[in-house]
Design a protein around this ligand. Structure first.
Ligand SMILES: [Cu+2]
Length: 214
C-alpha cells in the first residue's frame, strides 16, 4: 500500500479551499457593493418600501450549502485517508510518544530505549524516511498536541487515552512543537524529527538500544 503523504493531502485540500474562499468573498463583496449603490436612499424615496426575491435568495443559500457540503466531503475523505487508511499500513517502526509538562518522551519499544526533548534537553526523534512510522500518542497530565508543521499534521495528546497515528517522512529535519497551551513553559515543549535512511535509522537505534526484537 502506498504511503500516505500528509503534506500532499492537506496542501491539495488547501489549494481547493483558498480559491473557493476568495471566490465566495468576492461574490459577497460585489453583491454588497452593488446593493449599496443601487439601493442607496434617494430624495423622494419612502424608506419602508422593500421587495423580496425568494427564488434568487433561495438559490444563493442552496449554492453556499453545496459549496460547504463539497468542502466537507473533501475534508472528511482526506482525514479518513490520513487517520484511518494510514493506520492499516504495516509500520516499519513504532514509537510511543508521551507528552508531559513540558517534554516529549519518545520510546522505541522494539529497541528498548527512549529519547526526550523539551525542558529536559533536545534529543532528536529519529525515524526512517520513506517508511510508515506508527506513533502511540498519550499524555500524563494535561492535553498537549503533537504538531509537525512541515507535515501539515497535528494531533491532540489526551491523558488516559492513546491516539494511534501513522506518518511518513521524506529525508530531512522537521521541527515539532506542542500546539496546545499547557502552562508556563509550553513554548519550550519542542522537538526535532530527523528522518534518515532506514539503514542509518537501524544503525542509530542499535547503537542506543538492544533491538530490534520482533
Ligand atoms: Cu504541551
Amino acid at each position: 500500500m502506498a504511503l500516505i503523504d500528509t503534506r500532499r493531502e492537506y496542501d491539495h485540500l488547501f489549494g481547493i479551499y483558498v480559491p473557493i474562499a476568495i471566490g465566495v468573498f468576492a461574490l459577497i463583496l460585489v453583491v454588497m457593493l452593488a446593493a449599496v449603490v443601487i439601493f442607496r436612499r434617494r430624495p423622494a424615496e419612502r424608506a419602508a418600501r422593500w421587495s423580496e426575491h425568494n427564488a434568487l435568495e433561495g438559490s444563493y443559500a442552496a449554492l453556499l450549502a453545496c459549496v460547504a457540503a463539497f468542502l466537507l466531503y473533501l475534508t472528511f475523505t482526506a482525514e479518513h485517508r490520513v487517520d484511518t487508511v494510514a493506520n492499516r499500513q504495516r509500520a516499519a517502526v513504532v514509537v510511543n510518544v508521551i507528552a508531559s509538562k513540558w517534554e516529549w518522551t519518545f520510546t522505541y519499544p522494539a529497541y528498548g530505549f527512549s529519547v526526550r526533548s523539551g525542558t529536559v534537553g533536545r534529543q532528536p526523534l529519529v525515524v526512517p524516511a520513506g517508511e510508515a512510522v506508527r506513533f502511540n500518542l498519550t499524555s500524563v497530565d494535561v492535553i498537549h498536541a503533537f504538531w509537525i508543521p512541515a507535515l501539515r499534521y497535528k494531533h491532540d495528546a489526551i491523558p488516559g487515552s492513546t491516539q494511534v497515528i501513522t506518518l511518513s517522512f521524506t529525508k530531512g529535519v522537521f521541527a515539532g512543537q506542542c500546539a496546545e497551551f499547557c502552562g508556563l513553559r509550553h513554548p519550550d515543549m519542542v522537538f526535532t524529527a530527523h528522518a534518515v535512511s532506514p539503514a542509518s535509522f537501524g544503525a542509530w537505534a542499535r547503537s542506543r538500544g538492544r533491538g530490534p526484537t520482533p
